[in-house]
Design a protein around this ligand. Structure first.
Ligand SMILES: [Zn+2]
Length: 671
């Protein structure tokens, strides 16, 4: 009996039906002239990469994008089906249809120009003293614009069943502190372009060049100061170092020049007696800036926050400038996404679960949910066996690890309970005004959770998303309907394919519960050390192997991967491969699969895995991802991950003379 639930669709499983399943591998994806042991990525994905050259729209295009494009078309059909018809006012169909329609209305957008944000910019310009700045920041929060720092309501990491108000670093137009601080040529160029970008935007709202330039200089001064005080991506990986719970009174003493009572009340945060501050120093730097910087400089900064937030919802000249900088300069795209794709993405962002509900009704087969649930069980069993057999971990830690594994909540396809959008208003005044109302709706929803229990049935991704996640505070793994399609999941393909593709994704998400960050949370989702000192030390030593390995990878001449920030994802890829391969072998033990399309089942497992990462990427995008992304680049999720998997060596007869070969003692071995 093949344990993977393809049987449920076929009404029983015997060898004849098993043989009727395809390999799932598209041979056109391969480049069989490449040598497996030299460049397995090229061998597995070379054909795909040649057949999918980058179009001007994409800074990176891979299997994920291809599937997302397909989903996008389906979503567009669903949404335009609503936009074309009248609906009763206030119905969710009206909201989806009207939001899409106003996003598509280029005539109105271009007529309105900067008009929708001018009153707000004027209000900011009216600030007289430094004391006006914090109340104005709260005002802007109600307009959907954050500044200087970030905030939110989420589970208390040390009391994971309860929500609590949280503050953290933020406020950087370029997102990452390194963009302000690094001194390499590529980063310097981005900074220069950012300056021009700010000048251009201010000119679009009517400032002359001299004023725009002065404002740009003030913004750079403020953001660079915040960047200097901000934590690095490496520092952000340590959950303990980013957890500071205190009373509101204590917090007021640490930031004495900020009137928190006024701020919290203005953003609707009620009953905040205690809070968690992720990063204290950057907020203290903000305290200093608010107090010492001339108010004109702060006007410039706050205005830039509004303009950049709104630009994509204003006339085409604003959008073109946003794309020129964030699309072309930062990631290397040559041409903006068509308006309809941006509109679909935005409707997805604002009314995601309402769209998702239509999507799963039409496109998600009920069998898929059942079969995924069984597949997850098999992976869970395999990981349990692996934990029980670990030679580097002691019994008491093992017991707690197994308890955590058994406590996983598994979410598949779509939520049991859908979000209620009845109080969200979508009108025909302006695109930007609708976005402001959506932000307010979101803000009120978030603030209503302060001090309330965590709703564990809630989803952190919409069902139509092509992705999956693990969330440590709820100890849950989630696989939205959007990813449960080829090349991840194929009802017509055999186990070798499905374990190699979606099976590894499942194992990957499970392993996040046990990566450098996830392992610090217990089975109830609390940040709590459940490891013996010796086992924790063993883990760190082993993780160092993959940190060092990725630090050595040169992704472009002179540019190295960041082994520290990618370690969690690399450990998860590694764990996913090991766990899923073991589950695959257990599932096919009694009825081994035949050779199909010239490849053994073991070979097909690794080809299916690799094809998930087929992609072409522009140089600018490689630079950006290497700086900001905790995932390794697509190429290295294959050529960096597989050399640590002994089963891959056996499947493809990789030899010590091959350049991808790693001696067994140099391979990662954790889960
Ligand atoms: Zn991951």
């Amino acid at each position: 009996m093949v344990a993977f639930a393809l049987a449920s669709m076929l009404g029983g499983c015997n060898s004849k039906q098993e043989a009727a399943l395809t390999s799932g591998i598209d041979l056109a994806n391969l480049d069989t002239t490449a040598v497996c042991g030299t460049d397995f990525y090229q061998f597995a994905c070379g054909g795909w990469r040649k057949n999918h050259p980058l179009t001007d729209e994409y800074p990176q295009y891979g299997s994920f994008n291809a599937l997302a494009e397909n989903n996008n078309q389906q979503l567009k059909d669903l949404i335009t089906g609503l936009a074309d018809k009248p609906h009763s006012a206030g119905s969710v169909d009206q909201k989806i249809g009207d939001l899409y329609a106003i996003a598509m209305d280029s005539v109105k957008l271009n007529q309105d120009g900067a008009q929708p944000i001018l009153p707000l910019l004027k209000r900011i310009a009216g600030m007289k003293t430094q004391q006006d700045v914090l109340p104005m920041m709260a005002d802007l929060v109600n307009e959907g614009v954050s500044s200087y720092f970030g905030f939110g309501v989420a589970a208390d990491e040390k009391n994971s069943t309860m929500n609590i108000f949280q503050l953290g670093q933020g406020g950087l137009g370029l997102g990452e502190r390194e963009y302000y601080l690094a001194d390499d040529e590529a980063t310097r160029k981005i900074r220069e372009e950012y300056q021009q970008h700010l000048v251009n935007l201010f000119q679009l709202v009517g400032d002359d060049e001299a004023t725009a330039t002065r404002k740009m200089q003030a913004i750079l001064e403020i953001e660079t100061a915040i960047a200097k005080a901000s934590y690095s991506k490496e520092q952000l990986r340590d959950p303990e170092a980013n957890y500071h719970k205190m009373s509101l009174d204590e917090w007021k003493k640490l930031t004495p020049d900020m009137d928190w009572d006024t701020y919290l009340s203005a953003i609707g945060a009620k009953g905040v007696n205690e809070l968690i501050v992720g990063q204290i120093e950057p907020l203290q730097e903000v305290n200093r800036l608010l107090k010492t910087l001339p108010v004109e400089k702060q006007v410039a900064y706050l205005q830039s926050r509004v303009i950049r937030n709104a630009a994509s919802y204003l006339s085409d000249d604003f959008r073109a400038e946003m794309f020129r900088f964030t699309g072309q300069v930062m990631s290397g795209a040559k041409e903006d996404r068509p308006r309809w794709k941006r509109a679909v993405a935005n409707v997805n962002g604002v009314l995601g679960e309402a769209v998702g509900q239509m999507y799963v009704q039409k496109y998600f087969p009920a069998e898929a949910k059942e079969r995924m649930t069984k597949l997850v069980k098999n992976l869970q069993t395999a990981l349990g066996e692996r934990i029980a057999n670990l030679e580097w971990m002691g019994d008491s830690t093992k017991q707690k690890a197994l308890a955590k594994l058994n406590a996983f909540t598994v979410k598949v396809g779509y939520p049991d309970k859908w979000k209620d959008y009845s109080t969200l208003e979508i009108k025909d005044d302006s695109y930007w005004n609708n976005m402001v109302r959506a932000s307010r709706w979101q803000l009120a929803d978030e603030m209503s959770r302060i001090g309330q229990p965590v709703d564990r049935s809630e989803w952190f991704m919409t069902p139509q998303t092509v992705n999956a996640y693990y969330n440590p505070t709820t100890n849950e793994i989630c696989f939205p309907a959007g990813i449960l399609q080829p090349p991840f999941f194929d009802m017509n393909a055999d186990d070798a394919f499905n374990y190699g593709a979606i099976g590894v994704v499942i194992g990957h998400e499970m392993t996040h519960g046990f990566d450098d960050q996830g392992r610090q949370y217990d089975k109830d989702g609390n940040l709590k050390d459940w490891w013996t000192a010796e086992d924790a030390e063993n883990f760190k030593q082993r993780a160092q192997v993959i940190i060092d390995f990725f630090n050595d990878i040169e992704v472009l001449p002179g540019l190295h991967a960041n082994g520290v920030i990618t370690q969690g994802e690399n450990i998860a890829d590694h764990g996913g491969l090991k766990i899923s391969f073991q589950a695959f072998q257990a599932a096919t033990k009694d009825q081994p699969l035949p050779v199909k399309d010239g490849f053994t089942p073991e070979q097909r497992f690794f080809l299916a895995y690799s094809n998930v990462w087929a992609a072409n990427t522009r140089e600018e995008m490689i630079r950006m991802l290497t700086r900001v992304d905790v995932h390794s680049l697509a190429e290295w999720r294959v050529n960096g991950a597989l050399p640590h998997i002994s089963e891959w060596y056996e499947a493809f007869h990789i030899q010590p003379t091959d350049s991808l070969y790693l001696a067994p003692e140099k391979r990662l071995s954790i889960w």
